[in-house]
Ligand binder design. Structure first.
Ligand SMILES: [Zn+2]
Ligand SMILES: [Zn+2]
Length: 181
C-alpha cells in the first residue's frame, strides 16, 4: 500500500486507501481478513518532513470463543508515522533507532528521491494489535452445552449441566486415580 507524500503541492490533505486481504496477509488460527481494509491517512507536510496519521477499519472473519459460531468482527486501529526526507549526501542520524520515537509515532528516514512510502506493515499492525483477547459473538453469549454441544443461544437443551460439567468429571477422575494407588 503506497501512500504518496512528497509528490504533491498540498501541505495538508486526506488520502483514502484500501488494503487488499492478499496484500495485508492477515491470517491466523483465530481470524482472517476476508474483505479490503479501509485506511484514512491524514498527511501534514512541512518541507522534507511529513507527519501521517492513519485510521484503519476492517472486518475480520472470526469464530466465537464460546459458541464457535463464525461471524464478522469490526476492528479499528490507528498508527502514526513521521517521515523525513534526507537531503543529498546527508547521513541518516545515528540515533534514528527506537529512541527517536515520540509517543505512538514511528520515525522513518528516506532518501530525497522518495515520493511515497509503503504503509502496509503499519496497517497490518493497527489491525492485529486491536483484535480483542477474547472474541465473543455477543457479551452474553451462552456458549455450548458441555454435554451435548447444543448452541445455548439457539435455545436450551434438556441436559443436566450442573451435575455433568465435564471439568468436574475430569477432576473426580483424577482424584479416583490418586486413591487407587
Ligand atoms: Zn458466541
Ligand atoms: Zn445439552
Amino acid at each position: 500500500m503506497e501512500l504518496i507524500i512528497f509528490d504533491r503541492n498540498d501541505r495538508s490533505y486526506v488520502e483514502e486507501l484500501t488494503g487488499e486481504p492478499d496484500e495485508l496477509d492477515i491470517i491466523s488460527d483465530e481470524y482472517s481478513l476476508g474483505e479490503p481494509a479501509l485506511v484514512v491517512c491524514r498527511v501534514r507536510r512541512d518541507g522534507e518532513l511529513a507527519r501521517i496519521e492513519g485510521e484503519v477499519t476492517a472486518r475480520l472473519s472470526v469464530q466465537c470463543d464460546r459458541c464457535a459460531e463464525p461471524f464478522d468482527l469490526p476492528v479499528a486501529g490507528n498508527f502514526g508515522l513521521v517521515v523525513r526526507r534526507l537531503a543529498l549526501d546527508e547521513p541518516a542520524p545515528e540515533d534514528a533507532g527506537d529512541d527517536e520515537e515520540s509517543g505512538d509515532e514511528d520515525m522513518c528516514f528516506v532518501e530525497n528521491s522518495v515520493k511515497s512510502i509503503d504503509i502496509t506493515s503499519y496497517v497490518r499492525d493497527a489491525i492485529i494489535l486491536n483484535v480483542p483477547m477474547k472474541i465473543l459473538c455477543s457479551e452474553d453469549c451462552k456458549g455450548l452445552c458441555p454435554v451435548c454441544g447444543n448452541n445455548m443461544n439457539e435455545g436450551a437443551c434438556s441436559c443436566d449441566v450442573t451435575r455433568s460439567d465435564p471439568r468436574w468429571g475430569l477432576l473426580s477422575g483424577l482424584i479416583e486415580n490418586e486413591t487407587d494407588k
